[in-house]
Ligand binder design. Structure first.
Ligand code: E4P
Length: 217
């Protein structure tokens, strides 16, 4: 499973990238707006930190404008994946951008039928938002299970990018089901490595080492 960070914050991206296990980045207009800087400059900087797919979302809602915006974003760097919303205009834009060899992430997916449409439109990946479904008492993980099953049944090449992830168990469950990519906030990314027994064990190893006064060299 590929691990992406869902953020526009370059400090977080640099820290996560330094661990050597970060595969890519997703951004969205809300995350970018929080950073208060030029979108293109931000994308350019992210592309110097991470050598993997970097999702950049269009803000137009009409297909021709989305295609224009998407082509512009794709020119920034070969790793840019253009993100379009899962509406009819987004599907049209996805088809047109994919035909020009541009990778598309179809986002704001909340149902299996939407995911099928994204695959048929040639999306490189689809982003089902599991946390936002959980928030309204629907089972987000069931959506991942449905999409993975349907894509396997028909050998759709579109990747399942599990989004709106809120905790490490989301990552574990999505991996067990076979989601291709998980994008998560930095808080969740950090939780993936934490375990109290690791900390306790390390503390004891180092204390024992010091007590015995093991000769150096
Ligand atoms: C994915 O690409 C989205 O940016 C993201 O996962 C949305 O997550 P949220 O529901 O926590 O805002």
């Amino acid at each position: 499973m590929m691990f992406f960070l869902d953020t526009g914050n370059t400090k977080e991206i640099k820290e996560a990238a330094s661990w050597g296990v970060l595969d890519g980045i997703t951004t969205n207009p809300s995350l970018v707006a929080k950073e208060g800087r030029s979108f293109k400059d931000l994308l350019k900087e992210i592309c110097t930190i991470v050598d993997g797919p970097i999702s950049a979302e269009v803000v137009s809602i009409e297909a021709d404008a989305m295609v224009k915006e998407g082509k512009d974003l794709a020119q920034i760097h070969k790793n840019i994946v253009v993100k379009v919303p899962l509406i009819p205009e987004g599907l049209k834009a996805c088809k047109a951008l994919a035909a020009q060899g541009i990778r598309v992430n179809v986002t704001l997916c909340f149902s299996p039928t939407q995911a099928m449409l994204a695959a048929k439109a040639g999306a490189w990946c689809v982003s089902p938002f599991i946390g936002r479904l959980d928030d309204i008492s629907e089972n987000g993980m069931e959506l991942i299970r449905d999409i993975v099953t349907i894509y396997r049944n028909y050998q759709y090449k579109t990747k399942v990018l599990v989004a709106s992830v809120r905790n490490p168990m989301h990552v574990v469950e999505a991996a067990k089901i076979g989601g291709d990519i998980c994008t998560m906030p930095f808080t969740v990314f950090k939780q993936l490595v934490q375990h109290p027994l690791t900390d306790l064990g390390l503390k004891k190893f180092l204390a024992d080492w010091e007590k015995q006064n093991v000769p150096k060299g």
